[in-house]
Design a protein around this ligand. Structure first.
Ligand code: NAD
Ligand code: 44H
Length: 385
């Protein structure tokens, strides 16, 4: 039995197939907290699950020694775990951070002031997700004990990268993943006391790592998903095999590469190799990933600080029209998937009687004066025609 505990919110694909696995391999007892009752019941009843890698040099990994708590039904149990844990991580989706924050806040209040600080690290596809989580925790803490509670934790931003597709019915707790993974954690807030996680690596400041990842892996992935969806593809590997989709992907990544190389002073050759490796990951024929999973929640993906608008707005502000990014954003507007709530909301918005410019602003958060706005409003008009 381990003497170190990690509470992980979100026992879904990346939670079991990546964060839970790496924490287990680092020697932590992982306590999964999730609101999905069947999933938590299955985890609580299991002694182990298997992470199956697919692709070159694939291996199977057994995860054992975990516990599982239903955070909707046993909030006090989760709070007590957090009060005593060494690490808290989450992979619940950026829009869910506000719901888990009050529980973490309560755990910090209950924590012994003499205990080593709790390492809090959000593992979401978003810029500074841990900072966002911290803001929600701050809001949840009473003013009179806020500073004491916050002093009991260290908050570090992270960037996580591993493609974990939706798992097929009947897979149970086992998870199929690609072999590649990367977990970059900002070392700065730890002042030398960073948790030992051999599968992760520490970096000085996360801005370059997270933007490189989000604006390459996720911008590229979403481009393949949205153009692939329009072309009628179901799987990402099939979508990228369509020459027109592949050209859109390459054009989008040329635009984000231009921004990333300049902004973070990346070596262009090293970055080119990074881009090529990512395209090869999208082509992995053994990975059963779909355009509907990768394109999920289009309103989040089209929001201001996300994978399309953030780099496209920066390029437009520099005087370049990012045509491929705009075309991918236009393709995203045509993502019409009945069981994706945000896709339904997006289609309702497009059918509304609001002006194209107002719709463009509502989706992207860009005001009418922004240099990207008019070009995106044109894509809105085209999608409504
Ligand atoms: N799947 C990937 O390839 C991948 C890779 C890197 C990062 N991510 C990021 O990880 C996050 C999760 O993605 P995923 O693919 O694992 O999604 P998922 O839907 O498989 O898992 C999310 C889990 O969070 C749980 N959850 C929802 N609300 C909760 C709450 N209030 N408290 C506790 N648990 C709650 C859900 O029940 C679900 O089990 C997202 O931010 C995603 O962008 C995913
Ligand atoms: O998780 P999302 O919805 O932000 O993005 C969908 C995919 O691009 C994403 O899950 C990737 O598979 C992952 O980020 C790879 O590291």
């Amino acid at each position: 039995m381990s003497d170190r505990t990690a509470v992980h919110f979100g026992a879904g694909n990346i939670g079991r197939g990546f964060v839970g696995l790496l924490l287990h391999e680092a020697g932590y007892e992982v306590v999964f907290a999730d609101v999905a009752a069947p999933l938590i019941d299955a985890l609580a009843a299991a002694d182990s699950y298997t992470v199956h890698e697919v692709g070159a040099d694939a291996k199977d990994h057994e995860v054992t020694g975990f516990r599982a708590l239903n955070s909707a039904q046993d909030e006090q149990g989760v709070i007590a775990e957090i009060a005593a844990a060494d690490v808290v991580t989450c992979a619940v989706g950026p829009n869910v951070l506000k719901f888990i924050a009050p529980v973490i806040a309560a755990g910090l209040q209950q924590r012994d002031a003499g205990a080593a600080p709790l390492a809090v690290m959000a593992c979401e596809n978003a810029i500074n997700a841990t900072d966002r989580l911290r803001e929600f925790i701050v809001e949840a803490l009473p003013a009179e004990s806020r500073d004491q509670a916050l002093a009991k934790a260290v908050f570090a931003n992270t960037a996580v990268d591993r493609i974990v597709p939706a798992q097929p019915d009947g897979a149970g707790l086992d998870v199929t993943v690609e072999t590649y993974y990367e977990w970059a954690i900002d070392r700065t807030p730890f002042n030398g006391s960073e948790p030992e996680i051999p599968g992760a690596h520490y970096v000085d400041g996360l801005a370059a790592s997270i933007e490189r990842k989000l604006f390459t892996v996720n911008t590229g992935h979403a481009t393949v998903a949205y153009h692939g969806y329009i072309a009628g593809a179901d799987k990402i590997a099939d979508a990228i095999a369509i020459p027109a989709v592949r050209s859109e992907l390459e054009a989008v990544l040329a635009e984000t590469s231009d921004l990333l190389v300049r902004r973070h002073e990346l070596d262009p050759e090293v970055h080119r190799a990074y881009v090529e490796a990512i395209i090869a990951r999208f082509e992995n024929p053994h990975l059963p990933d779909t355009v509907t999973r990768v394109g999920r929640q289009p309103l989040r993906k089209l929001s201001r600080d996300e994978r399309f608008v953030s780099p496209a707005a920066a390029l437009a502000e520099d005087g370049t029209e990012p045509t491929a990014l705009l075309d991918a954003m236009g393709a995203a507007l045509r993502f019409d998937v009945a069981d994706d709530e945000q896709s339904v909301q997006l289609q309702q918005l497009l059918r509304s009687d609001k002006a194209d410019g107002a719709v463009a602003t509502e989706i992207t958060g860009l005001d009418e004066q922004h240099p990207l706005h008019a070009a995106f409003a044109d894509r809105v008009r085209a999608a409504r025609a």
